[in-house]
Design a protein around this ligand. Structure first.
Ligand SMILES: [Cu+2]
Length: 259
């Protein structure tokens, strides 16, 4: 990295590069000195960082970055602690080089025409495009706060071309690698220019799902007992409300959550 920084945010892009923005040379919450304004793009193939155009907003503690479905990056916030002396109620959009020509115009980009909306871990994903694409990836929809995207994940796909711009990709067998949930499917042309994303839901195979449901049932039995005990111990109201909700918040509740 060319610029030392903490409290920055990093986003994995559809092509596997990582965009990093903001931060400061040394970390101090709600402080705006020694700020970095030059984002960098990490290329895992060359193992190098390339400085990008500067932003003019301070993005330090409490700032966020998110990959958007159009393959740009939202970078915003900072401060926002209520009584902070600095609050950044604003955001900027970073347009990665893969969307631009050398003169800064928007490149033509491929378009995903059809896709399986629901796919299963270990099975085959099928999609069609308006033109030939060279690669594709699934990028998990995440959440970000305090410089961390807890769900950030990119799964590169080995695609095989069929007839008429139709493509298939065998998905990883491991649900540890391809966690079930919502993903953005990006298809990239020979220049590495990505399409806009198509939303795909990844599910567990049926057998694994019914196993989880059995576990879940035992959790329900366990919860009702636990819940009664916890009420006696004045469990925080929020958690009590979650546990008594008819809607399951967690797929599997385990007694490892220590209050
Ligand atoms: Cu905070």
């Amino acid at each position: 990295m060319n610029y030392p920084r903490v409290y920055h945010t990093s986003v994995v892009l559809p092509d596997g590069k990582v965009f990093t923005a903001g931060g400061q040379v040394w970390g101090k919450p709600f402080n705006e000195s020694n700020v970095q304004f030059v984002p960098e793009l990490y290329d895992p193939v060359t193992d190098s960082f390339e400085p990008q155009s500067s932003h003019n907003m301070i993005r330090v503690y409490h700032s966020i970055s998110m990959l958007l479905p159009d393959a740009t990056v939202f970078n915003g916030g900072g401060g926002l602690c209520g009584n902070c002396s600095f609050n950044h109620y604003d955001a900027q959009i970073f347009i990665p080089p893969y969307l631009l020509t050398p003169s800064g115009k928007r490149r033509a980009r491929p378009e995903i025409k059809t896709v399986d909306e629901t796919v299963t871990v270990g099975q085959v994903l099928k999609f069609t495009t308006d033109k030939v694409v060279e690669s594709a990836s699934l990028v998990r929809q995440g959440t970000t706060t305090h410089t961390v995207n807890t769900d950030q994940r990119r799964v590169p796909l080995n695609i095989e071309a069929g007839n008429g711009n139709s493509f298939t990709a065998k998905l990883p067998d491991s649900s540890g690698a391809l966690l079930p949930g919502w993903y953005m499917l990006f298809a990239m042309d020979a220049n590495g220019t990505p399409s806009e994303a198509a939303t795909v839901k990844v599910e567990l195979p049926k057998a694994a799902t019914s196993e989880l449901e059995e576990l879940d049932q035992s959790d329900v039995d366990m919860e009702s007992e636990d819940h009664a005990e916890c009420e006696d111990e004045k469990m925080p109201a929020t958690l009590a409300a979650l546990l008594s909700s008819p809607i399951r918040v967690w797929k599997s509740w385990r007694p490892t959550l220590v209050l």
